[in-house]
Design a protein around this ligand. Structure first.
Ligand code: SF4
Length: 424
């Protein structure tokens, strides 16, 4: 039978290629993972395909399939420097057991780590940036060398992956091959047992999806297997899967709902809203309403996790003056465009209380307000108004040459996130 054959890394993302992907997806049974992999390696992208493996809880299944089809297929491992020691040991175990002869470690740029994460705690304050310097940036030059990639992603893992097909076309005309797209957790376990594959040492301890140690926690019975990744944060992916065709699966769409304008770019927002009845001792990356903080001050001060404060009009920021250093972020609410009380709160924070952390405007944040907000000390914005988002992206804010009320702070320039704009 004549099979559709796709040229490696063609220059244009054309209709024919998209149709080829559709045809490929129609060729295999849902559970024919080895068939998908074999065809991808031998027919679709011979010599032009590689795999990135996390050597996590269920990596052995896909790597076993790779070893059956081609044990010399390049297997890349993102050695972020943040893995559990058990994961590093597991890499060696699988290499030996499965006979994988081409496992290669990808390391972050030491200069980037020194510059942006000198204390090794960036994961806690800005996990997106941490993933960026440890995963996305080091992987980029490697991905450019291949026409396609094999991934171990599965539909059941998250709702964002619920429509994942076997073959995907990326926006830069590469092919992602997902042989396990239709595998369930039970299928993985069954395969592992049938082939007596070594288990990740942490799996039996309740780690169902294993990534870097600081960002991985145990999953409770009945929880989404990936619930233990970046627990408590508005983050589900490390960024390296964001590049897929929006027609198939587009995690950025979901992520875009949780973005924050900061330092000249929209970034994922690690903070969530406070939920009524939540436990003050366990809160993490939430903006605690000022009255809730005052009512539970001792518990919040004993809480070791990063916290923010939410200040609404009529609430007095001076009431928490002694505790401001506790907060990584203060969110000032603008319930309506015409309500200017938030400006005074920001000025008090910066000028009188000398607060040096993030001050974000939330609520009715519109384009014309932003220059005033910046002058008063706001250095982050949560913007839901689409035209305002677009104006920020395109740097189209109104110019203001004359101010009636001088303020004592330096305006925050629309700056850069240096590593996102790397100069070669
Ligand atoms: S998973 Fe966590 S530690 Fe690993 S790179 Fe991302 S933020 Fe950093």
């Amino acid at each position: 039978m004549a099979m559709p054959k796709l040229a490696p890394a063609p220059a244009a993302h054309d209709k024919l290629k998209a149709l080829g992907i559709l045809a490929l997806n129609g060729m295999f049974d849902e559970m024919d993972a080895v068939g998908v992999l074999r065809y991808a390696i031998t027919e679709v992208l011979p010599g032009d395909l590689a795999i990135v493996s996390s050597f996590g809880a269920d990596s052995a299944v896909l790597l076993h399939m790779v070893a059956q089809v081609d044990p010399s297929l390049p297997v890349y491992f993102l050695e972020t420097g943040k893995h559990f020691p058990e994961t590093l040991a597991y890499v060696e175990t699988l290499k030996t057991t499965l006979g994988l002869s081409n496992v290669r470690a990808i390391l972050p740029d030491a200069k980037d780590v020194l510059r942006f994460d000198p204390n090794g705690d960036l994961w806690e304050t800005d996990p997106d940036s941490c993933c960026h310097i440890r995963k996305t940036e080091p992987l980029e030059p490697i991905t450019e060398q291949f026409g396609g990639w094999v991934t171990g992603r599965k539909r059941y893992q998250t709702t964002e992956r619920g429509v994942l097909p076997h073959f995907e076309l990326t926006s830069d005309d590469r092919i992602k091959v997902n042989p396990l797209a239709y595998f369930s957790d039970a299928d993985v376990v069954e395969y592992r047992q049938a082939h007596r594959l070594p288990e990740h040492p942490l799996y039996a301890k309740g780690y169902k999806s294993i990534g870097c140690a600081p960002c991985t926690s145990v999953v409770a019975e009945g929880e989404d297997p990936r619930a233990g990744r970046w627990r408590g944060l508005n983050k589900k992916e490390c960024g390296i899967h964001y590049d897929f065709s929006g027609a198939i699966a587009n995690p950025m769409t979901a992520a875009a709902r949780h973005t924050l304008w900061k330092d000249g770019a929209f970034i994922a927002d690690p903070f969530k809203d406070w939920e009524e009845g939540a436990n003050p001792s366990e809160a993490r990356y939430v903006h605690v309403p000022l009255p809730v903080f005052l009512a539970n001050r001792a518990e919040f001060l004993a809480n070791p996790h990063p916290l923010g404060l939410l200040v609404s009009p009529g609430e007095k920021i001076e009431d928490v003056a002694d505790d401001l250093a506790r907060f990584a972020s203060v969110a000032v609410r603008f319930p309506a465009f015409s309500d200017g009380r938030g400006y005074s709160t920001a000025r008090l924070l910066v000028e009188r209380l000398k607060y040096a952390g993030e001050i974000r405007a939330v609520g009715d944040v519109l384009q014309d307000q932003i220059p005033h907000m910046r002058r008063c000390g706001f250095n982050a914005l949560v913007v839901t108004h689409e035209p305002t988002r677009q104006a920020l992206i395109e740097n189209r804010l109104p110019e203001m040459a004359l101010f009636y009320q001088p303020v004592g702070v330096t305006e925050v320039p629309v700056g850069t996130r240096p590593f996102l704009r790397r100069v070669s």
